[in-house]
Design a protein around this ligand. Structure first.
Ligand SMILES: [Zn+2]
Length: 165
């Protein structure tokens, strides 16, 4: 996700470098610009520094995105989903982040003894808003079809396919 542009840039740098660069995974070819001028070392160093800055900047952007996601109002997303896809008929549920690595799940829905629902989204596998919203949709359909066995049976599948439009 983050690596596409830097990889292209690295290949380009390796191609321009007078030695072919220290990139053993890249096949070495021409050492010159089309004009015949070899790329001077300072220019190359500046380009490498700019590339490093670009990598750092994209890392920071990713960290900010993750931080914003961790603070998102998941319950508001659930209510939105309820309004737009279920005409408000879905039972309310609490929604929060959790660690579901042991369950090997991106999301889990629980129903408590008092008939209230709770949805937990795994914070390590839902790394973007669209992934988190997809998982929330999946879990909302479990709330809507609670009691169906198997859990991903025809009712649940119908619920999921209704919203692909
Ligand atoms: Zn499921």
């Amino acid at each position: 996700m983050v690596s596409e542009v830097p990889t292209q840039a690295l290949k380009w740098l390796a191609r321009q470098s007078s030695t072919g660069g220290n990139f053993p995974f890249i096949q070495k070819d021409s050492t010159c610009f089309p004009s015949g001028e070899p790329l001077n070392k300072n220019t190359r160093d500046i380009l490498i520094s700019l590339l490093a800055l670009a990598v750092i900047a994209s890392g920071i952007r990713y960290a900010i995105m993750r931080e914003r996601l961790s603070r998102a109002d998941l319950h508001a997303w659930y209510q939105q989903e309820n309004e737009t896809e279920f005409a408000g008929s879905l039972q309310d549920a609490s929604v929060e982040w959790g660690d579901l690595r042991q369950d090997d799940a991106e999301g889990i829905t629980y129903k408590y003894d008092d008939d209230s629902f709770a949805i937990v989204l795994d914070r390590s596998t839902n790394t973007s808003e669209s992934e988190a919203r997809d998982t929330l949709r999946h879990e909302a359909c479990h709330v809507a079809t609670w009691g169906e066995e198997p859990k991903h049976g025809p009712k649940w599948q119908a619920c999921m396919s209704r919203r692909i439009d």
